[in-house]
Design a protein around this ligand. Sequence first.
Ligand code: KG4
Ligand code: ZN
Length: 363
Amino acid sequence: MTSATPLGPVLGLETSCDETAAAVVERGRVLGQSVATQIPIHRRFGGVVPEVAARNHLMTVLPTIEAALAQACVAPQALGGIAVTARPGLIGALLVGVQTANALAWAWHKPVIGVDHTAAHVWSAMLRPPGLDADDWPRPRLPFAALAVSGGHTSLYRVNGPAELVLLGRTLDDAAGEAFDKFGKLIGLPYPAGPEVDRLAAQGRVGQVRLPRGMLGRSDGAYSFSGLKTAVRMHVASQYASGALPTGAERANLCADFQAAVVEQLLRVTLDSVRRHRLRDLVVAGGVAANCGLRAGFAEACARARVRFWPVAPAYCGDNGAMVACLGEALLRAGHRDDPFTLDAQATGEVRRAATVPAAGAP
Ligand code: KG4
Ligand code: ZN
């Protein structure tokens, strides 16, 4: 099957963490979408409670699918297939999406395809940006580099196609989003703290608190945020009496420096890898790709390095059904299928059909 093969719109389903999301996508255009977020439910626990997430997905999954189909004005019979996040994620949460997709695929006589959550984030760069009406729009050229930065992942890939993501480098410890969330919790911000740190950082000044930038002097494509996390914890402990938290300008300055430290490391390691692997296009995707400091920093550095920068539209950075449908559409068009009687959820695992290559210079 080639990209010219008629397929019909694809329904994408995402339930790997705390968003129940569905969307209908055709040739990269989002026809309809719906999201039931669980963030307010988990906020009081300071993070996602897996069992609570799974139970809420069960309640919201069918209404969310119905809402996406209704907005798209697409009847189930008109669908070309169903795509679902099958890995990685919270196992109970994933199971709800996968078993729903399997059941609907069987009942509606449609092909089903399970996709990797991180690969779907990466492929969201192919979606038509919201507000654009054109049938054709600029997209990154294959092969491209793609940095996936989310709550669970910080990985750089060489993307050769929808089914071939080659890992170039990843974090040795925390994901960038996880670091944002843990830092935010430390200074009393609610879960998930990334967007709030971003907002406060815009009011602060970089350089008032000098946090370490990390991974200086290495060239193996690895990222790490544990040193930064320890440094900021020690800074807060030394500056504030037990139980007290930074406020006002001090809090904004701390957010500004923390964000700058994360962005500087992401930038340096990523552009170093992009150069070594001789890639000309760089996609940045995932929840943290919505960060204003990251977008500005990467735009400037990529322009200087003559690398074409493709930040995913902010509306598609966080978990959503459109990215799943978009990757599913590309895989179905390329002839990939799963069996609805055997497609299963997988809590862990590297991106499907990915090969790992050691970065140049690695031992
Ligand atoms: O991709 P995503 O929605 O879910 C995962 O796959 O993990 O990413 C969520 C992560 C959270 O850690 C959240 O704090 C972070 O993305 N995030 C941000 C921003 N918006 C979301 N981090 C920094 N700045 C933002 N504007
Ligand atoms: Zn995600």
